[in-house]
Write a new protein. Structure first.
Lengths: 229, 182
């Protein structure tokens, strides 16, 4: 159907097909175009009749459709590239978030038999579970007797956060560790009272230093009792 | 030079573009849009005082040759004599043919020989050969010669020498035999 490389026009000039042939040719090409094939053309002959204008119009329409198809393909490829880029960024963000989570729940052994869990920022369900897992496995691993949960870095506490903290304390106590809660600031203390959080089973102290001294005393007393026994 | 095989800095006048557009009939605006797209302009100025890059013009011509066929190039070439600048006092086929190369360089801003040319060789009182080694398409030149020859002699004949090279078929030149009567 394409007439791109024919030799019409050599010598005295190409013979123009008759009107019926040209109409049939135009119909075939339009059928192909309707099926999405835009790599087509109609050869224009030096024949000043209305059909020539129709043929030129078809050619322009094919050119437009081809241009639109190429534009769409280019845009689609750009979108796919951007999607890939976003997926890569998302994966990086997830890795970074994982790293931040690990760094945000450190459990440190600051004295023989004494672990400190400093909590900074907001404690949600996911984080409280991570804190719990991390702390309990560290207690089992180190066989520590005292745990200091320091919440100096926690600025806001609500019912859920208080509940999470209590659960962590209860779980640690079930493993035989003694828990001390330190670093409660005035605003947090006020909130805990307002929401009626039951902290009666938890020993609370002003700061980490006081908590550490309390734990050391407890361990010494406990050791002395063991020696006497 | 092969068809469209030019990558230099030469420019073409708006007058040649006017000839190009005349071939589009009712679709002149569409043809102009294609040229504007390649030239990166909003509007074309179709006179001799404004120049446009030849390389971009060839890209547009090539696109149209592929879409509209080679006969359409011939149609564009036929509009050249009426629209482009030609030296004065042309009174016959032979004189017209012999000055086409001058007209070619009048309508292009290029160094001598940079864009090939039109080389006329007289063979008899009523015939001659035109050798084209410019980068324009074969049929475009055919259309130019056809109109010029028939302007001075309606029975004139223009024939492409199919035995020799052809720019459309990767040859570096085309030869046309031109015959006319008194």
């Amino acid at each position: 159907m394409s007439t791109k490389d024919n030799d019409a026009g050599k010598g005295e000039g190409a013979s123009v097909p008759n009107l019926i042939e040209r109409l049939e040719r135009a119909e075939k090409i339009l059928t192909e175009v309707a099926q999405g094939n835009f790599d087509l053309n109609i050869e224009i002959f030096d024949s000043p009749d209305p059909l020539t204008n129709l043929e030129m119009g078809i050619n322009f329409m094919i050119m437009d459709l081809r241009t639109m198809e190429e534009d769409n393909r280019r845009k689609e490829n750009n979108l796919l590239d951007k999607q890939k880029e976003l997926e890569n960024n998302l994966s990086t963000i997830e890795k970074q978030a994982e790293a931040i989570r690990e760094l945000s729940t450190p459990v440190m052994e600051v004295w023989d038999d004494v672990l400190v869990l400093p909590i900074v920022g907001i404690v949600d369900t996911r984080r409280s579970m991570e804190i719990m897992d991390n702390l309990l496995s560290k207690i089992v691993e180190s066989q520590s007797r005292c745990i200091i949960i320091d919440i100096t870095g926690v600025e806001i506490v609500d019912t859920k956060t208080a509940d999470y903290l209590l659960k962590v304390v209860q779980a640690a106590q079930l493993l035989g560790a003694r828990c001390v809660l330190t670093g409660i600031n005035p605003a947090v203390a006020q909130t805990l009272v307002d929401i009626g959080a039951d902290l009666s089973t938890v020993k609370t102290l002003r700061n980490l230093k006081a908590g550490l001294l309390d734990c050391i005393k407890f361990i010494r007393r406990s050791d002395m009792r063991n020696e006497e026994a | 030079m092969k068809e469209f095989d030019y990558h230099g800095e030469a420019r073409v006048t708006g007058a040649v573009l006017k000839a190009y557009l005349s071939a589009f009939g009712p679709y002149q605006k569409r043809g102009e849009n294609v040229l504007c797209k390649y030239f990166g302009v909003d509007e074309l100025v179709g006179d001799a005082s404004v120049m446009y890059p030849l390389t971009e013009f060839f890209k547009a011509l090539k696109e149209f040759q592929e879409q509209f066929g080679r006969e359409f190039m011939r149609k564009i070439g036929q509009g050249i004599f009426a629209n482009a600048a030609f030296p004065p006092d042309i009174d016959g086929v032979e004189k017209a043919m012999s000055i086409i190369n001058d007209a070619y360089y009048m309508n292009h801003d290029a160094k001598p020989g940079e864009i090939g040319g039109y080389h006329w060789t007289r063979e008899s009182d009523h015939s001659g050969r035109m050798t084209c080694d410019n980068p324009y398409p074969c049929h475009f030149d055919f259309g130019i010669f056809e109109v010029i020859a028939k302007t001075f002699c309606p029975t004139a004949r223009v024939t492409h020498d199919d035995q020799g090279p052809c720019r459309h078929k990767d040859g570096d030149k085309c030869v046309y035999l031109i015959e006319w009567e008194d």
